[in-house]
Design a protein. Structure first.
Ligand SMILES: Cc1ncc(COP(=O)(O)O)c(C=O)c1O
Length: 408
C-alpha cells in the first residue's frame, strides 16, 4: 500500500532496539537469578497518587465517563488556571487552558494548527526526538540548532535570531529538557520570546518537567513572559499519570476556537475518567505527595551525578529538573551506542545511547534516567564502576584526548 509521504519523514525510535535487547536479556538473566537495572525509561517509577486513583474509580463507578467538551472539563481548566496563580503568581484565564491527550496530544494539535507544509520550526539539538516528528507529521521541517554545555544545551536568543529564515514559523523548546534535564535561564527565555515576537512567529515551550524542577532559579513558567507564548504541559510526569494520557496547553485566547474545531473533529475529547481523576491532582494532599516525590527525584540526582563523575563519566551540566542526566562517555568509548549495549550485556544496567536525541556528536553521549530507587542507583553505579575500572587502565590516549576536547 502506498503510504503518505509525511510518514517517511517520521524517524524510528532507536531506543526501541535497546528496549528489545533489554527484554531478551532480562528473560535470560531472570532464569539465572540475576536482575537488570533499567535507567532507560522516560517515566516516573511512581504511579498516580492515591487521591487521583480514588477519584478515577469514583468517576467510573458513578458513570462520569461520557464525552466532555473538546477543550476539556471546565472545572479542570479552572483548577489548572488557579494552580498557575497559586504556584507561579501568574494569572491565567481558564478559557486559555486546553486539555489534551498528554503533552503529545497538545504538541500534535499545536503543530497541526500552526505549521504549514514546508514551514521550518527551530529546536535545540539535543532534543526530545518526538518534537521533530510532531513538526514533520504536520508537513513542517524541524531545524536543529546545535547547543553546547556552555548554554545548558539550550539555544540562545542570538542563535534563534540568526537562524531565522524566510520559511521559519516558530520555535519549539523544552525547559527542563529531555534528555539533558537542564533549563533555559529565565532572562534568556525572555530574550528568545522578544526575538520570536519581533519575527512574528510562535513560541512553544514544553514545560512538562517544570514542576519537577530542583533549582528555583529556573522554576518560572514561560507564561509569565506574555500571553502569546504557548505552554505545553502534562499530568504524566509531575503527577505520575503517564498511561492516563492527559495533558494540557495554555494558548492565546484566539487559538481556542480553532483548536476546539480541530480536537473535536480529530478525537472528540480527552479521556473523561482521566479528567475527573485529575481534578484530585490539585487537592492539598495530592500536591504534598507530588512535592515529596519531587524531593525524592532531587535526592536521586544527588546520588547518581557524583557517582558518575567519580567514575569518569562526565556530566558537564548539573540537571536542574526532570529525572535525566546527559552523560559524556567519551573517556571510555568512541561510540555510546556500542558502549550502552556492552554495559547492558556485561552489567545489566540499561542506558539510552545519544543517537535518538542528538545529531551532533551522538556517539559521545548517553541518557540516564534516575526514575529508579536510590538503592538501585547505587547498585548501578557499583556495577558501572566494576565494568569501567579495567577499561580505564586500557583507555587509549586517542580516546582520552577525545574526552579532553572542548564539548561541541
Ligand atoms: C519533553 C517531553 N515532552 C513531551 C512528552 C510526552 O509526554 P506525554 O504525552 O506523556 O504527556 C515527553 C515524554 O517523555 C517528554 O519528555
Amino acid at each position: 500500500m502506498k503510504l503518505a509521504r509525511r510518514i517517511q519523514e517520521v524517524a524510528p525510535f532507536y531506543v526501541m532496539d535497546v528496549v528489545r535487547a533489554a527484554r531478551e536479556q532480562e528473560a535470560q538473566w531472570q532464569r539465572q537469578g540475576r536482575n537488570m537495572i533499567h535507567l532507560s525509561v522516560g517515566e516516573p517509577d511512581f504511579s498516580a497518587p492515591e487521591p487521583v486513583v480514588q477519584a478515577g474509580i469514583a468517576a467510573l463507578r458513578e458513570g462520569r465517563s461520557g464525552y466532555t467538551l473538546a477543550p476539556g472539563l471546565p472545572a479542570l481548566r479552572e483548577a489548572i488556571a488557579a494552580h498557575y496563580q497559586a504556584k507561579h503568581g501568574v494569572p491565567v484565564d481558564p478559557r486559555r487552558v486546553f486539555i489534551t491527550a498528554g503533552a503529545s496530544g497538545a504538541l500534535t494539535l499545536a503543530c497541526l494548527l500552526l505549521v504549514e507544509p514546508g514551514d521550518e520550526v527551530l529546536m535545540p539539538d539535543p532534543t526530545y526526538p518526538c518534537n521533530k516528528n510532531f513538526v514533520a507529521a504536520a508537513g513542517g521541517i524541524p531545524r536543529l540548532l546545535p547547543t553546547t554545555a556552555a548554554t545548558r544545551f539550550q539555544p540562545t536568543a542570538a542563535q534563534i535570531d540568526a537562524a531565522w529564515g524566510p520559511a521559519t514559523r516558530g520555535v519549539l523548546l523544552a525547559s527542563p529538557s529531555n534528555p539533558t534535564g537542564t533549563s533555559i535561564a529565565p532572562d534568556e527565555l525572555a530574550r528568545i520570546a522578544a526575538v520570536v515576537r519581533k519575527r512574528g512567529g510562535f513560541l512553544l515551550v514544553d514545560e512538562i518537567y517544570l514542576e519537577l524542577g530542583f533549582d528555583p532559579a529556573y522554576g518560572r513558567t514561560a507564561l509569565a513572559l506574555d500571553d502569546t507564548v504557548i505552554s505545553i504541559n502534562s499530568f504524566s510526569k509531575y503527577f505520575q499519570m503517564t498511561g492516563w494520557r492527559l495533558g494540557w496547553m495554555v494558548v492565546p485566547e484566539d487559538l481556542v476556537e480553532p483548536l476546539t474545531r480541530l480536537a473535536g473533529n480529530l478525537y472528540i475529547c480527552p479521556s473523561s475518567p482521566a479528567q475527573h481523576a485529575a481534578l484530585a491532582c490539585f487537592a492539598p494532599e495530592t500536591l504534598a505527595e507530588a512535592e515529596r516525590r519531587r524531593a525524592e527525584f532531587a535526592r536521586r540526582r544527588d546520588v547518581i551525578v557524583p557517582a558518575l563523575e567519580v567514575l569518569g563519566l562526565d556530566v558537564p551540566v548539573l540537571p536542574d529538573g526532570a529525572f535525566y542526566v546527559w552523560v559524556d562517555c567519551s573517556r571510555y568509548s568512541r561510540d555510546s551506542w556500542d558502549f550502552c549495549f556492552d554495559v547492558m550485556r556485561e552489567t545489566g544496567v540499561v542506558l539510552v545511547p545519544g543517537k535518538d536525541f542528538a545529531t551532533i556528536q551522538p556517539e559521545r553521549w548517553f541518557r540516564l534516567s534516575y526514575a529508579n530507587s536510590v538503592e538501585n542507583l547505587r547498585e548501578a553505579a557499583d556495577r558501572l564502576g566494576a565494568y569501567l575500572r579495567p577499561r580505564e587502565r586500557q583507555a587509549d590516549p586517542a580516546r582520552r584526548a577525545m574526552a579532553d576536547e572542548p564539548l561541541a
